[in-house]
Ligand binder design. Sequence first.
Ligand SMILES: [Zn+2]
Length: 318
Amino acid sequence: MKEGEFVLSLDFELLWGVRDHATRDSYGKNILGGRAAIPLMLERFERHGIEATWATVGAVFCGSRDELFDALPPEELRPQYSNPALSNYSYLDEIGPDEFQDPYYFGASLVETIAACPGQEIATHTMSHFYCLEAGASIESFAADLDAACELAATRGITMRSIVFPRNQFAASHLEVVRRKGFSRYRGTPDTWAYRPTPGRDQTLARRLLRLVDAHTGLLGPHLYRPESDNVPASHFLRPCSGRMAVFHPRHLSVIERAMTKAAQEGSGFHLWWHPHNFGHDTPANLVGLDRIIAHFLRLRDEYGMVSRPMAKSGAKP
Ligand SMILES: [Zn+2]
């Protein structure tokens, strides 16, 4: 029997990932807290031999406004979303000169730290946090966005092999582009209605509620996968331990642990993902949760031979 695999992916996006609905004022503290949490996560990953994937927004690689502006795709190839609030190009005016003065948008030093940590994979989360399924997003603009991200990573000596689509939006045509450009893994979604890729307008209350219930009960199943194709689908989103939901966090962790155990026992894959900024508020409580998941993985490694792999190595021989 094949060994089970444990994949972690983090969508590293700073303010680019939430700017359509949040600002420095409303969410900046979480962004800064998320930055501070990254070395704490890396320290744990390194200590326990955990190889995670960091799906990084291209713009986050940059250390300055000048570098960013040089790296962006030409204007005629930028996405023309029907809703301009979705476009991160709408916010270029508010960006500061460099990472020191604007840590909300630039993360060059952190990308360097992550890349230097053993076993960590730098993947892409597109250049501009591109929304593939939103009205006005053409396939040409997606391809140009991806090219820009790859070129920027190449300036750091990084060749990216895996992609996480922002808001998990993609269709077959986007996968074709991604494969053509040399990517060998993508993060799909659990194969059930509540998780299927949709534009933002179809993320109804019903879908969100069902996912919330699933996260705390496992109602929709463990969402495991066979590690054998370029799709390394998400099993669960690690929800932040925060606010009124904090009291239910242990239940959420139990659902994750049960699914991990099943994956280890039957030799399938379990894929957990989150954003560093989810740890940006109540960081100690969130780290306690992560420690519990890591401790569970270590037990499964000892008992069943489960292995930690970044997305790019999903399905690989140990
Ligand atoms: Zn994102």
